[in-house]
Design a protein around this ligand. Structure first.
Ligand code: TXA
Ligand code: MG
Length: 305
């Protein structure tokens, strides 16, 4: 039976042992919980796709513990990627770079690029360091469903398919990392997150590079489907100044404190489902700071299936 494990020395060792034998584990990061596999173990990498019911052409993010591990996975790294790594890591930023020849194609879905992130979470870092190898880790939920932000969410979603779940408490940020494609002359944000476009622009300025305008996704980042992050309840989205009649259905107001709203978003959506709500009204945050990431996840969660 799968256990939720405290992330003390014993717990970390048990997690690393499980990874060494090709199992997948749940572990906390500052964004959401990840489903981790040792990148040197092909069986474990394949396991991720089986456990998540994820199509194999949806590439994985590799989580590293230091700059040396980053350098070993990447090739032809442009100054923009170096600058972002230096300024934003450890942190909720995923950087896409050219993949070195040694990067397993299971991770990249056959692409010549790889997504890499150095998380700001002591438990994730301890696991990677003790394993001595980076781990591939998508969010620890079934494909297309709401990401987990507690160990209990991981267990509820994936159950015995994971060897164990390290419990780091609720994730501080609550939405997935910002993804920036740094293989382009003008880097581009593929997925908004808590590191904002203003912060990224600021870093890129230092190396004289422009950020491509807008936030894209669907073309180069498979996995960024129209519907994603989806609860069972239907969400109806409202702008802040819109007047609507909720008629007894719950209202999720994300406009007042978007950072707090992000922190509790996925737990809230799960709670609405558990309570059996068919319909939830959502007040959107304005397009500023965390507002972009929240609007992105909410519009995907609201898309018709
Ligand atoms: O915060 C996060 O990023 C969390 C935690 C666990 O670190 N992870 C996460 O992973 O959100 P996942 O697999 O749920 O989302 C990864 C996204 C996918 O949309 C995938 O398409 C994109 O990253 N991605 C990965 N490699 C890529 C590549 N080489 N080019 C373009 N997109 C890529
Ligand atoms: Mg995911």
């Amino acid at each position: 039976m799968t256990h939720i494990v405290q992330p003390d020395a014993l717990g970390i060792t048990a997690a690393v042992e499980a990874l060494r034998t090709g199992s997948v584990i749940g572990f906390p990061t500052e964004t959401v919980y990840g489903l981790a596999a040792d990148i040197t173990n092909e069986t474990a990498l394949r396991n991720i796709f089986t456990v998540k019911h994820r199509p194999t052409d949806h590439p994985l993010i590799v989580h590293v513990a230091d700059a040396t591990q980053f350098a070993a996975l990447a090739t032809d790294v442009l100054p923009a990627a170096h600058a972002l790594a230096e300024m934003c890591w450890p942190g909720p930023l995923t950087i896409i770079v050219r993949a070195g020849a040694q990067v397993n194609k299971i991770i990249t879905g056959g692409r010549d690029t790889v997504a890499i992130r150095l998380p700001a979470h002591p438990v994730a870092l301890a696991v990677i360091k003790q394993l001595g190898s980076p781990v591939a880790a998508p969010s620890a939920n079934h494909f297309g469903r709401v990401s987990p932000t507690t160990a209990q969410h991981v267990l509820a979603d994936l159950g015995d398919a994971v060897a164990l779940v390290l419990d780091g408490g609720p994730c501080a940020i609550g939405v997935e990392s910002t993804i920036v494609d740094c293989t382009l002359e003008q880097p581009q944000i593929l997925r908004p997150g808590s590191i904002t476009s203003d912060e990224i622009r600021h870093v890129l300025d230092r190396v004289g590079v422009n950020l491509a305008p807008g936030i894209t996704g669907s073309s180069r980042a498979p996995g960024m489907l129209e519907h994603h992050y989806a609860p069972l309840a239907r969400l109806i989205l409202h702008e802040i100044d819109e007047i609507f009649d909720a008629a007894g259905t719950p209202i999720l107001d994300c406009s007042v404190d978007p950072v707090q709203a992000a922190h509790s978003l996925y737990a809230q959506l799960r709670a609405f489902d558990e309570e059996g709500h068919q319909l939830v009204h959502v007040v959107l945050p304005v397009r500023r700071g965390m507002g972009f990431a929240l609007r992105d996840r909410l519009s995907k969660a609201a898309a018709r299936r």
